[in-house]
Design a protein around this ligand. Structure first.
Ligand code: NAD
Length: 456
């Protein structure tokens, strides 16, 4: 029988209170368990991602399996170092003391995942939670039930079952989970639901990471190599059929570059998917009817410069470019999350920056320019979760970099060292001696006060 959220949280809390998750050996054993979970089940994962998300094998590896492996291995390699207390530079009054920043686990954490990368976006946060010594409950998306069931049935076999749980369900089940008191909530999904999760966590003063979405702009400067830029931008638009949180959402460029871009994009799409992308297994379909209808609605009345074909039977949407798009068009009001690229023309980089800065802060911003001065204008003159110059999405796999949003695109960050940091409380730790000599030095702080005490 399915356990209630309360039962699961109580069990996890008991396991955490036993202290077992805090040792290096335990954390390492669980990370090794995760590693085995991935390697033992690679074939099944590829199969599930194919049937449920229509992901080609290459994309299953690129976007999910390789990420999970890299995150787990990185944690295994660095765990000992991460767990050591940091020794900051001591201020003069503490020169005789031990001054430490001790990382400690929060306790029981809740990880809520989305459907677009339904394995990696549950497992990668779990890596951080385990490495930092927490117990965790993972709630995969109900939109991908095969993956959710696979995680429920398979993941616990590789982990300590008193500390780590998978809990499946949709809105009612997630809402019930969120009524419980957690010590940390890590949520990946849409900005709208992010606000619901944040409000639920706030009732318990629970800290959160919110990995959200939004519209990530691309600016294409006149100086850019059009073939290279078009290939990179269209690749980002077509990977997972544009169903990625950091997909390039819309393009800003001059009229001159727009026409050259469309020509180069058409060549790239033909080279990758041939004359009939609908039948090409390297191009994904849209996840479900709701999303298919949502995206096709964005095409209604739009001026299509490339693509535009759709098929409700297979939920295929052709790689599509829209032109003469106005800022108040429907397609510019919401995250597209599909293989549709609107182009809006601007005359200068300054105009593009103004356009970007008038909108919510995005998860990513992409700038294609060979001018160092212009690159710097965007780096310094805009705010986004991340910025990539002359490519799209590739910052995601660079685990030296923090991954996360700002403003409407999220709160907090993870990947690499940042995953451990996210799931650790940094405890201020001051250790003093209790000897008479040290106490003599402290005399100045005690009453009776005189002006001499002010020298403290
Ligand atoms: P979603 O917000 O609909 O669902 C995410 C999770 O929240 C699911 O597990 C779902 O069950 C749960 N949920 C949904 N409604 C809820 C409610 N009312 N109360 C409580 N829980 C609820 O998001 P999605 O459609 O699965 O994913 C797409 C979105 O996620 C896009 O906006 C995308 O940009 C974003 N995303 C962000 C990242 C990132 O790393 N920043 C990664 C992937 C996806």
């Amino acid at each position: 029988m399915k356990q209630s959220p309360e039962e699961i949280v109580n069990k996890a809390r008991k396991a955490f209170a036993s202290g077992k998750t805090k040792t290096y050996e335990f954390r390492l054993s669980q990370l090794k368990g995760l590693k085995k979970f991935v390697s033992d089940n690679e074939v099944e994962m590829v199969e599930i991602l194919k049937t449920e998300n229509t992901k080609p094998k290459f994309e299953a590896y690129l976007g999910e399996i390789n990420h999970m492996k890299a995150d787990i291995q990185n944690a295994i390699n660095n765990l000992e170092e991460w767990m050591k207390p940091l020794k900051p530079t001591k201020p003069l009054p503490n020169i005789m003391d031990q001054v430490l920043i001790t990382p400690e686990p929060f306790g029981v954490v809740l990880i809520i995942g989305p459907w677009n990368y339904p394995l990696a976006l549950n497992i990668s946060p779990l890596v951080g939670a385990i490495a930092a010594g927490n117990c965790a409950i993972v709630k995969p998306s109900e939109v991908t039930p095969k993956t959710a069931n696979f995680l429920l049935e398979t993941l616990p076999k590789y982990l300590d079952q008193s500390c780590y749980y998978v809990y499946n369900g949709g809105v009612p089940e997630t809402s019930a989970l969120l009524e419980q008191r957690f010590d940390y909530v890590f949520y990946t999904g849409s900005t709208g639901v992010g606000k619901i999760v944040y409000a639920a966590a706030a009732k318990h003063l629970t800290p959160v990471t919110l990995e959200l979405g939004g519209k990530s702009p691309v600016y294409l400067d006149d100086s850019a190599d059009i073939e290279v830029a078009a290939r990179r931008i269209m690749w980002g638009k077509c990977l997972n059929a544009g169903q990625s949180c950091i997909e390039p959402d819309y393009l800003l460029c001059s009229v001159y570059m727009r026409d050259k871009f469309i020509k180069a994009a058409k060549l790239a799409i033909k080279e990758w998917y041939g004359d009939n992308p609908a039948k090409n297994p390297d191009f994904c379909k849209i996840i479900n009817d709701n999303h298919f209808q949502r995206i096709t609605r964005l095409l209604k009345g739009a001026k299509i410069a490339m693509g535009g074909a759709t098929d409700p039977e297979t939920r295929f949407i052709e790689p599509t470019i829209l032109i003469d798009v106005k800022p108040d068009d429907l397609v510019m009001q919401e995250e597209i999350f599909g293989p549709v690229l609107p182009i809006l023309t601007v005359d200068t980089p300054e105009e593009a920056i103004e356009f970007i800065n008038k909108r919510e802060k995005s998860l990513a911003l992409y700038v294609f320019s060979t001018s160092k001065m212009e690159q710097d204008k965007f780096i310094k003159g805009t705010s986004s979760g991340g910025i990539v110059i002359n490519d799209v999405m590739m910052h995601y796999s660079c685990d030296a970099l923090p991954f996360g949003g700002v403003g409407n695109s999220g709160i907090g960050r993870y990947h690499g060292d940042f995953s451990f940091e996210t799931f650790s409380h940094k405890k201020a730790t001051l250790v003093k001696g209790l000897d008479k000599m040290g106490e003599f030095m402290q005399k100045i702080r005690y009453p009776p006060y005189t002006d001499g005490n002010l020298k403290i």
